[in-house]
Each structure stands twice: as C-alpha cells, then as structure tokens.
Write a protein that binds this ligand. Structure first.
Ligand code: BGP
Length: 481
C-alpha cells in the first residue's frame, strides 16, 4: 500500500497574533507602556523611530490603538470560531500584568482581560497557544536596566510567568516562552527582542549594536526559558513548551563551494543555534568558535549549563515567510526581510515588501528541522503581507489564498515525507500592525479591519475571501485547498 498521508485528524489548524499588534488600549486598566508603545509608525520606505518620550503630537504610535482587540475580542474570537480554529496563538502583554515589570503583585485588572479571552476561547473549544514574550518588554525595564542585557530580567520574567502558570493551569496547555528567540543573533533584535537601547539608536532598522550585551541578553533568555519550563512543569506536568525560531531558510546562490560553505555557516548561526540550545540543552560547538573569533564575552553563572540541560522544550515551532540566498559575491542583487536580507533568488517571486515567496522551501525546512530535532513541529507563523482593497464590504484576496494554498500543499507533502507536523497558525488571524514597518496596510489577516496606516477608520471587521477559503480548508482537514 502506498497511499499518501494526509493531515492527522487532530491537526491543530488556527491563526496567530501578538498582543501589541492587535490589542491597542495601551493604557487601559493599569497597563504600563512597553517597548512596542514607543515605536512610531513607518512604512516600507520610512524607518520606525524609537522615542523613549512619547510625543503623540509629533508621531503616530500604532500599538496604542492597534486593531483594538481589547474591546473587540468577543467579536474577533467568534470570527475565529466561525473559521473553525482549533487553536489560537496569542501573547500576553507583560505590562498589563506588571505595568513597570518591577511590581511584586500583579495587576488584577490586566489578568481579568486574559481570563475573559480564555473563557471566550473555551466557549468555542479553541485551544490557546500562549507566547509569553512577543516583542514587548515593560518600558521601565529598558530605562532601569537596559532590558535583557541585565540578568535581573530573568527573575522578573519568571515572576510574570509564574502568575500565568498558576492562574491558567488547566486552561492553557501550550506555551512559547520567547517569540523568534534567534532574532537576537542580529543587531535588529536589540530593541524588540532584547529591550536594549544603545546610545546612538534612533531607528528600529539601524540600531547601534554591542554584541557582548546582545549575546548576554540572549543567554539570559535561554536561562529564563529553561527556568520557565522547569517551573511550569512543576506547576502542571501537562504543560507543553516550545521553542520559536524565525526560520529564514538559506540556499547557496551558486554551487560554488565557497557559497555552499557560507550558506552552511549562515544556517547554523541564524537558524540552528537557538533551537540547538533549547532542544538539545547546550551551546553548540560552532557557536563557541563564533564567540572566540568575534571576541564576544558575557558573564554566565556556573549553574546555567545545568539549567539549560534540564529545561529543554517539548516541541519545535518556527515562523516561515521567505527564503534567501547566500553568496560571497559582493555585487549580487539583494532582497530585504524581517531580521536579515540576503541575495535575490532568480527562481522566486517576491511580495511588495520584497519578501521572497517559496512554498517548496517550507517542505525543505520541515524536513531539515525534523531531521535535526525529531520533535513534533508547529508552524506558528506563515503568511503574506499584502495591500487589500475593501469594496462593498468585500476583499478579494486571491493572492493570499494562492500563497497559503501553496504552502499548505507543501506541508502535506512534508507530512507524507514522514515529518511530524502537528499544527499550523498562519500569520495572522486578523489584520494587525506590522512590526517592521508599523503599517496596518501591510495586511496579513483573514479578517479585514477598517483602519489605515495613519490610524483612521471605523475598526469594523470584514470577512475576506481567504476567510471563507480557510474555513473550508479546516472543515476538510486540508483535503480541499
Ligand atoms: C515576525 C513576528 C511577527 C510578525 C511577522 C511579520 O517576525 O514574530 O510579530 O510581525 O514577523 O512581520 P512584519 O510585521 O514585520 O510584517
């Protein structure tokens, strides 16, 4: 018998968002400001400015109102349920629970919002998948201690995690301690991922970098993640924890051995390093040489190695939007991306934001990471940022359907290859604020939100064509695409 394998019957179909990109209500019910709240809007050409002093007269800050999920969560979750979501990936906004990050007691009003969100999900039988840290650190921790560069951040994070673990035991099963933890391997990760603001940083896309601090921050996150896993398991042995890697798969631009070697180095450094630590429980050999060669030093404690060894994750998850090429040729045409650009692949089309679209690369990536780790895999982000047009209450986003369909076809082939893929939460469940540009008009959602880049609009929700299409995909468990 040689029938192809389809999606498993309990496959977790769903969608993803992050708190600062959807919630808005940035000062509601005692919430403190966070790193996302001081990033002014930009666009593809205009970089986002980071302003520690918030100046709403001069700048528009898209996270302040975002798409107002805070006041629309019932309506939005009903729409997710209508699509048939089995899982909803969301994050908890740290500054709602600990407004400055330094309090010893949590903010009850902030917790009540998440009580309500989880109750609403439960009503529809939707499983929450919760990211604890998704690009939003209470701002006070930046000004007080330069964010994750300071080891004290570990305990403050654990205080936050413990409150959630105890309160949502029996409610939440799947946790991702850190979103795209590997973004700290590049200077762009300083602000969003590390809460690090070095002198000279004005814009998100051109940050001053201090690699010692940046890798210290990453080390602190590895330790914090391991401690959270151990603490979580002691509170509820049914909890399941995942790593989350921004996987930018790389190919050699040519078969010149030098290009192949550079590609291997890039893959290890950007894609494999953090997963290796969180899945295998130790710093891999190649990163030790990288630190030596680049003269990178940061303090560690003797107990850290044992914590990393014990606090490994249960599943592997990653975001997948694009692939890049690597070459030693200096004059090769370039494309941009979220955390890094790369050489242009002549065989691929790119989105308007210049992200190269590569469905087959997803099958390749799934095989690659399953071979490396052998853990169940969830694709926790994948999608197309595109401009949509609302006409008579309709959005004909056939380009988004084509993107998702092509990627889901490759997921199915990867399952047939033998990969244990257990869930898929495309980005994004609903339109939201783009991290890299601050636009809402770089739209990802199945649900259109009437709001523009300048913050104007009714906030009314509309089902896009992709909404109906995805509903059918879920209803047929991926049989009809
Ligand atoms: C990932 C982030 C998401 C999301 C996505 C799309 O890196 O985890 O939060 O924003 O990228 O990127 P962008 O928002 O820049 O278009």
């Amino acid at each position: 018998m040689n029938a192809t394998k389809g999606f498993p019957k309990d496959f977790l179909w769903g969608g993803a968002t992050a708190a600062n990109q959807v919630e808005g209500a940035w000062q509601a019910d005692g919430k403190g400001p966070n790193t996302a709240d001081v990033m002014a809007a930009g666009d593809h050409q205009t970089p986002r400015r980071i302003t520690l002093d918030i100046d709403p007269q001069k700048y528009y800050y898209p996270s302040h109102d975002a798409v107002d999920f805070y006041h629309h969560y019932k309506e939005d979750i009903a729409l997710f349920a209508e699509m048939g979501f089995k899982v909803y990936r969301m994050s908890v906004n740290w500054a709602r629970i600990f407004p400055t990050g330094l309090e010893t007691e949590p903010n009850e009003a902030g917790l009540r919002f998440y009580d309500d969100v989880f109750a609403e999900l439960k009503k529809y039988g939707i499983e929450p998948l919760v990211t604890l840290f998704h690009n939003e650190l209470p701002l006070k921790l930046v000004t007080e201690m330069n964010g994750w560069a300071d080891r004290r951040c570990i305990d403050l994070f654990l205080r936050f995690a413990e409150v959630l673990f105890r309160r949502y035991k029996g409610v939440v099963k799947y946790w991702i301690p850190f979103n795209e933890i590997n973004d700290l391997t590049t200077p762009l990760g300083n602000w969003n991922h590390g809460g690090i603001l070095n002198p000279g940083t004005e814009f998100f896309t051109a940050q001053a970098d201090d690699p010692d601090k940046r890798f210290a921050a990453l080390h602190h996150q590895f330790v914090a993640s391991a401690k959270a896993v151990l603490l979580g398991r002691s509170i509820d042995p049914a909890f399941r924890f995942g790593t989350m890697i921004c996987h930018i798969t790389v190919y050699p631009l040519t078969c010149r051995p030098e290009d192949v070697l550079l590609t291997q180095q890039e893959d290890l450094m950007r894609n494999c390093f953090c997963g290796d630590v969180q899945v295998k429980g130790a710093y891999p050999w190649y990163i030790k040489r990288y630190f030596e060669r680049n003269n990178i030093h940061f303090p560690t404690l003797p107990e850290d190695a044992e914590l990393l060894r014990q606090g490994t994750v249960d599943f592997y998850s990653f975001s997948y939007y694009m692939t890049n090429c690597v070459t030693g040729q200096k004059d090769a045409a370039q494309v941009s991306g979220n955390i890094m650009g790369g050489a242009k692949n002549p065989y691929l089309e790119a989105s308007e934001w210049n992200w190269q679209i590569d469905p087959v690369g997803l099958r390749y990536t799934l095989n690659h990471v399953y071979d490396r780790y052998g853990l169940p895999i969830m694709i926790t982000e994948n999608g197309l940022g595109a401009r949509d047009t609302l006409v008579d209450g309709q959005v004909h986003d056939d380009y988004r359907i084509a993107y998702l369909k092509a990627h889901i076809e490759q997921m199915r082939l990867a399952i047939d290859d033998g990969v244990e893929l257990v869930g898929y939460t495309p980005w994004s469940a609903i339109d939201l604020v783009s991290v890299s540009t601050g636009e809402v008009e770089k739209r990802y959602g199945f649900v259109y939100v009437d709001k523009d880049n300048a913050g104007s609009g009714t906030m009314r929700r509309y089902r896009k064509d992709s909404f109906y299409w995805y509903k059918n995909v879920i209803a047929t468990n991926g049989e009809t695409l």
